[in-house]
Design a protein around this ligand. Structure first.
Ligand code: UDP
Length: 341
């Protein structure tokens, strides 16, 4: 186990490598920062289809596609990672309904390649970025890790399939995995080094910030007739910095010999779309122009974590996941930070 950067006597000593797929993306780049701070060398594996080369600041970038098994094998042979953190994925619910094949190919088949490459390279610790979308729309059910997985969109279905792969490879080949089922990830690095930047953007908070500063005419609220107190969908938002802290804890758990385990990552508090908008008005002190639109295909009514397992078992302690801090961090990044456009 490496000592953290602050405790290392010899900063030039070789650091254990973690292969971070999607290291040029929003969550992957924050994970690289957390890994580097914790004494690991994050090697990003990314095809740059949605990521940004200039978000890779904390270790080398190996450009490659998950569907390219030869390239994956080369990178495993060259860097000999002690573990994989697998973020690379297509992650838009709406797109997954319009183009399910794209999701099964890139997410499911791409992950199968990665899992096989890791297994053959005898890299036996795997941290996987799964999603609350695997639970689907289960009214009145407490969404803890034992809840049934009944996805209602191709994105969630492709992620559930990868969870099944990890379980099978665990049974047959001893691959140990930590699966994190994220709720909605928000915010940006508090130091301003990295942040959320998608082209095209589809996520609520960055689109809302665009509407606030006039880069878009308005935020369209997708559906006002859901069975919720104000008619809009409810989500559980977690700060990206807190989320990646959990990944480092999960990695250390595996490297210390922990068995495969699933953890929800959410705060347990739900916010409707309208409540997020109201909070943004308060934080930015600006108006948020909104228009009411139709429901988006594949959206669940309410997704809120009903679990404290990550806190109890990994010692996870979210620090920035209150709504005001998440919006303030995202707003600061939105105003000051950007990648090469
Ligand atoms: N949403 C919205 N307008 C937008 C984008 C998102 O009303 O322009 C809603 C969406 O329907 C969902 C919530 O905001 O209820 C969060 O959506 P997002 O795409 O950010 O994340 P998801 O929940 O799909 O992972």
């Amino acid at each position: 186990m490496p000592p953290s950067r602050d405790d290392r006597a010899d900063a030039s000593a070789p650091r254990p490598v973690v292969l971070v797929t999607g290291g040029a993306g929003y969550i992957g780049s924050h994970a690289c920062k957390a890994l580097e701070r914790d004494g690991f060398l994050p090697v990003s594996y990314d095809n740059l289809c949605t990521g940004w080369a200039d978000a890779v600041k904390f270790g080398p970038l190996e450009q490659g596609d998950l569907l390219n098994r030869k390239r994956l094998d080369e990178v495993f042979a060259q860097h000999r990672p002690v573990a994989v953190m697998h973020f690379a994925a297509l992650s838009q619910v709406g797109e997954s309904m319009a183009q399910p094949g794209k999701y099964w190919l890139n997410n499911a088949l791409g992950s199968l390649n990665l899992i096989e490459a890791a297994t053959e390279a005898q890299c036996g610790a795997f941290v996987f970025s799964s999603t609350c979308a695997t639970y689907g729309d289960q009214d009145g059910v407490v969404l803890d890790e034992t809840a049934a997985q009944l996805p209602i969109n191709a994105y969630g279905a492709s992620k559930r399939a990868i969870e099944d792969m990890l379980a099978n490879f665990g049974e047959s080949h001893g691959l140990r995995s930590v699966i994190f089922r994220y709720f909605n990830v928000a915010g940006a690095d508090p130091d301003g080094d990295i942040g959320e930047f998608h082209r095209p953007e589809t996520h609520l908070i960055p689109l809302m910030l665009d509407a606030i500063d006039g880069r878009r005419p308005a935020l369209t609220v997708f559906g006002s007739d859901y069975d919720t107190p104000d008619g809009t969908c409810i989500r559980d938002y977690v700060h990206v910095s807190d989320l990646v802290d959990a990944h480092v804890l999960g990695l250390r758990y595996l490297l210390e010999g922990g068995n495969s385990r699933v953890f929800n990552l959410g705060t347990g508090t739900g916010f409707s779309v309208r409540e997020v908008v109201d909070n943004s008005r308060a934080v930015t002190n600006r108006d948020v122009p909104i228009v009411e639109g139709a429901r988006r295909a594949g959206d669940c009514t309410r997704l809120v974590s009903g679990s404290t397992r990550a806190k109890a078992e990994l010692g996870w302690a979210p620090r920035r996941s209150d709504m005001a801090t998440m919006i303030a961090d995202a707003w600061r990044w939105h105003q000051n930070g950007h990648y090469d456009r």
